[in-house]
Design a protein around this ligand. Sequence first.
Ligand SMILES: [Mg+2]
Length: 156
Amino acid sequence: MLLYLDIDGVMISGNSWRRPEILEDGFPEFSQKAIKSLNRIISSSSADIVLTTSHKSKYSLKEWKNIFKRRHISVNKITRLPENINHLNRKDELLSWFNPKNINENFIIIDDDKSLNALPNFLKDRLIQTSASVGLTDYLSDIALDIINKLKFEAV
Ligand SMILES: [Mg+2]
């Protein structure tokens, strides 16, 4: 199981009245609610993380692993989408990633990006869309786990 994960609007919720604190590694803190919710998804599904965030290429994968660790998220494996050199919106970035490939592992997508509303159904069915100002919640992690359970019974 792969979890295509955005950060801004998912792990960091964007309230204009409260900027998230920057931790010693130079990256903002994650919301406590989002940490708890993501840990629940990971521990129930053993999902590996695929970073989709626009920050994905700013750090090495080892640094990313430490960023999660410092924020008390125990990730298994972290990979990421290729660098977004053509400045595609998130929808086109995901489409160009999935289209030429044979999908050989189940996955879900967690993202707040509004462009994802226009995804084709085979991707939209796996999307858990957060509200940018709230981020990932316990309720949404229930939905994510429901989708994951459903996918288990479908052929990939
Ligand atoms: Mg985002």
